[in-house]
Design a protein around this ligand. Structure first.
Ligand code: C2E
Ligand code: MG
Ligand code: MG
Ligand code: MG
Length: 281
């Protein structure tokens, strides 16, 4: 009826901006009910500890199977949720579910030692992330050192002083802090030296072609040196081939993550993967 209202030969129906606005509205409507309808679930992508060559940690990645719209990737719905504030409720759902899972593993002596959780810049800057996490520690009695919070450069750029303060108080609680997608934002080495971080997570754009591209090799090498200097560990995401994995191992990265090892998977599958067996390359 939209086209009819606009008259014949109306190009607006085919205007990609209008289309994407329509889709965005659809997504907002469905997303508002996604938590209560239990359409969101947590997937886990194992990270390999290079020293032991075992899967000992995992990153939590959100999945949304909408009754009306089907599977929608976080790359699409997270930015929309950030625009209208829905992200805080979603973020709380992710954090609560992850803490619940850690508690369950602790009770069953499951060997997984750490979960990395992505924190939206919007939640980090405007939601009360600190209070939320304090509440979750109380509710689940989980050791915060088992949680690594993945923040991005966007989270800290606008107000570096406040970001440093928040990160320091989170670290005092025992959380580990990772800087995600490192190298893709408007990186400034100036703020990097101020940030209290435990892990630098090198973006996957530096990994594709790594085995052929000597400039990328130099960048990765330099970032590892820099991280060492800052006392931070290095995780590399997006490892897709044996050659890349081998090269990154030689460069002394601490953790490797990517489709070459494991894709994101449901919880029950993760429990089978983190069984203390060495991963063969
Ligand atoms: P990210 O945190 O940088 O996560 C890495 C993304 O790369 C994930 O996509 C993962 O599935 C994908 N990936 C992992 N290994 C490989 C590989 O070897 N090759 C390629 N091509 N891709 C790989 P996903 O799950 O679609 O998530 C996309 C982004 O959405 C995440 O980027 C993160 O920024 C955001 N996101 C996901 N879950 C959450 C969440 O619970 N909260 C928040 N705030 N953001 C989330
Ligand atoms: Mg991440
Ligand atoms: Mg990343
Ligand atoms: Mg990324």
């Amino acid at each position: 009826h939209y086209a009819k209202n606009q008259g014949r030969n109306n190009f607006q129906l085919y205007n990609p901006e209008v289309h994407s606005q329509k889709r965005e509205n659809l997504i907002i409507n469905e997303l508002k009910q996604a938590v209560s309808k239990e359409e969101l679930s947590l997937y886990f992508q194992p990270k390999i500890t290079v020293k032991s060559m075992q899967a000992e940690e995992a990153e939590v990645l959100l999945r949304w199977n909408s009754e009306k719209l089907g599977m929608i990737s976080p790359g699409e719905f997270i930015p929309i949720a950030e625009k209208n504030g829905l992200i805080v409720e979603i973020s709380e759902y992710v954090l609560r579910s992850a803490f619940k899972q850690l508690k369950e593993w602790e009770d069953t002596e499951f060997p997984i030692c750490c979960l990395a959780i992505n924190i939206s810049p919007v939640h980090f800057q405007y939601g009360n992330i600190y209070q939320m996490l304090v509440g979750l520690i109380e509710d689940y009695q989980v050791d915060p050192s088992k949680v690594e919070l993945e923040i991005t450069e966007t989270s800290v750029m606008k107000n570096i002083d406040q970001a440093v303060q928040t990160l320091e108080s989170l670290r005092e609680l025992g959380f580990r802090i990772a800087l995600d997608d490192f190298g893709t934002g408007l990186s400034s080495l100036n703020y990097l030296q101020q940030l209290p971080i435990d892990t630098l997570k090198i973006d996957r754009t530096f990994v594709n072609d790594l085995d052929q591209d000597t400039t990328k090799q130099a960048i990765v090498k330099t970032v590892i040196q820099l991280a060492n200097h800052l006392g931070a560990k290095v995780t590399v995401e997006g490892v897709e081939t044996k050659q890349q994995a081998h090269m990154l191992q030689l460069l002394h990265c601490d953790h490797l993550q990517g489709y070459y090892f494991y894709k994101p998977m449901p919880c029950r599958q993760l429990e089978k993967v983190c069984d203390g067996e060495k991963v063969h390359m």
